[in-house]
Design a binder for this molecule. Structure first.
Ligand code: LIP
Length: 292
């Protein structure tokens, strides 16, 4: 994989794109983070809860976020930073036009706790409220996704293109998540949505990886056709939504409106046609924004 990544950077460097140093920095620290996550993966973990019942955090989440922040703050002291665990500890999640690094140290923390391999460190760089650079690194799956707006998205150095998108949900493999809340209304409404989709659209199947970022990476990789969820945060999907876009897919809010990085509802799909087919079936779930 190293050779493929090196060849990728050689080709990208020829573009003289000013964002490439940002990508290199993000990839370098993501690889260090991935080594730490992999080393801790099969070891006993000190797990604590956050707001929602199944919203877990470990010492590795916090260690990795600090590692990434320290590294990038040293390189880019004028930049802003938003991290899942820092926000959980009270830091602001407000997004300005200033270059802002958005970090999820372990997307799929519950998977990490249970030694399920669907875990990824996510780093996105947002400039003028638009993701420009992203890295999603899944150390146990040995998958490294990198993306630069207008230069493409790549998995282990190979360009990602969504080919032959399915024409309807009845031919689609989709993904969603139950999320961390065990609130009765949320669980019942999510369950109703899942049943309505199955019964009305006869989708081929529905998967739950436990990671918003990896669900979106699967869309960019032609492995699923649509993912939707109420609840993910900017750090879950900032980098991976650009992967979908650069591969030719589309990401919106769950009501079909333009995706908002501060809004916490997403539908990501291989085509807008699938999203338009899904939206009328959904019962919306009120979800507070990250900047409210
Ligand atoms: C996870 C999200 C996933 C959601 C989980 C959790 P985390 O992020 O990626 O989509 O269903 O509840 O929020 O907390 O593991 O970084």
């Amino acid at each position: 994989m190293e050779q493929e990544l090196n060849e990728l950077f050689e080709s990208l460097t020829k573009t003289n794109d000013e964002r490439l140093p940002y990508l290199k920095s993000a990839l370098e620290i993501a690889q260090c983070a991935g080594n730490i996550i992999e080393d801790a993966f099969y070891k006993l973990k000190n797990v604590t809860g956050k707001g929602d019942v199944a919203d877990l955090v470990t010492e590795t989440d916090k260690l990795v976020e600090k590692l990434i922040f320290d590294y990038l703050k040293d390189l880019y002291p004028s930049h802003s930073f938003i991290g899942e665990e820092s926000v959980s500890d009270g830091a602001s999640a407000r997004l300005s036009d200033n270059p802002t690094w958005v970090v999820d140290p372990i997307d799929g923390t519950t998977n990490f706790v249970h030694m399920n391999p669907n875990v990824a460190v996510c780093i996105g760089l947002i400039i003028n409220k638009r993701t420009e650079v992203g890295v999603v690194l899944a150390p146990i799956l040995k998958e490294t996704y990198v993306v630069v707006r207008s230069l493409g998205g790549y998995c282990n150095g190979k360009r990602l293109h969504i080919k032959n998108p399915v024409p309807s949900l009845s031919q689609a493999l989709i993904a969603s998540e139950w999320g961390a809340s065990r609130d009765q209304y949320q669980i019942e409404t999510k369950g109703k949505n899942f049943m309505d989709i199955m019964l009305k659209h006869n989708v081929h199947g529905m998967r739950c990886t436990g990671s918003a970022a990896l669900n979106m990476a699967l869309i960019a990789s032609n492995a699923i056709d649509l993912y939707f969820e109420w609840g993910p945060h900017i750090w879950d999907f900032a980098a991976s939504s650009l992967l979908v876009e650069e591969a030719g897919g589309v990401t919106t809010c769950t009501d079909g409106s333009e995706m908002g990085l501060m809004g916490r509802t997403v539908i990501s799909a291989s085509s807008k046609k699938l999203i338009d087919e899904l939206v009328p079936t959904l019962t919306q779930i009120p979800t507070p924004r990250d900047d409210e």
